[in-house]
Design a protein around this ligand. Sequence first.
Ligand code: FAD
Length: 257
Amino acid sequence: STEEPWRPFNSSRVYMADLESTLHYSLRVELSAHPVIRGQALRALKMYISVLVKYFPGRPIVMNLLKAVNSWLKQSSSEVSYEELSAILDNTAQSPDTALPDGVRWVACQSSQPHLRRYPCGVWTLFHVLTVQAYNNHSTDPEEVLSAMRNYVHSFFGCRQCAEHFENMARESILEVNTLMSAVMWLWSRHNRVNNRLAGALSEDPNFPKIQWPSPDMCPSCHTVKPNGDHRWNNDRVFPFLLSFFSSSSILPDYLE
Ligand code: FAD
């Protein structure tokens, strides 16, 4: 791949360019590995797009494209071909106010090597943002976003081993999620479990070590030390931290086309 110049970024912020890159990769690359989508996979795709239409805090032009995909899927029959879907995703086939930038432009998900970070980093970021948006929008279904993520990952996520790990975690404890707040917290804590398992693994970018996130630097009050010296999360502080970190109003528009 061609070397792109490094884009300076603030590692305690979320960038819309990462989220749009994630959507581009998910819809135009990952899904294209599925020439025909039916059954459970079609249900997963419909849930994913419907959750994006409801909660993705995107630019109007991108939201219009997601809405176009959503209405097309709603009137689809029992199976769709990727070829038909890609026609809806084609920027030139839509009106000028309907488009998703072509190609990726990673910012906070940049990596030193092509096989590190990038899309999987974007997927985590996207779903953290969506759980927070569902909370802020008083969704009536606490499990809606996590179910959409679970089913998307199960049916489509290219890293099959990751999908299997994630499905195991979901099967184990997703039923505990019964409020919008616990959905935000569930995803944060499972992501930390994954970080813990992957710390020091080959998939770790040495420039972005896996940590129990947020670090004490980012949120001092999120961390407490018990009298016996053990670490304990201060969930009362973690939750507002997540709400602010992933809130739509703090997403930066830098590097957008
Ligand atoms: P990521 O873990 O991708 O995190 C992205 C950003 O989210 C971080 O830069 C940080 O800003 C923020 N963040 C970090 N931790 C948290 C947290 N706890 N809560 C909220 N925000 C946080 N890789 C494997 O090798 N094996 C696996 O089994 C595996 N399973 C995966 C399952 C899923 C569902 C996904 C989406 C990815 C999985 N991956 C797996 C990939 C792996 O988790 C990382 O995404 C990848 O290694 C890139 O890491 P990263 O440094 O960019 O940070």
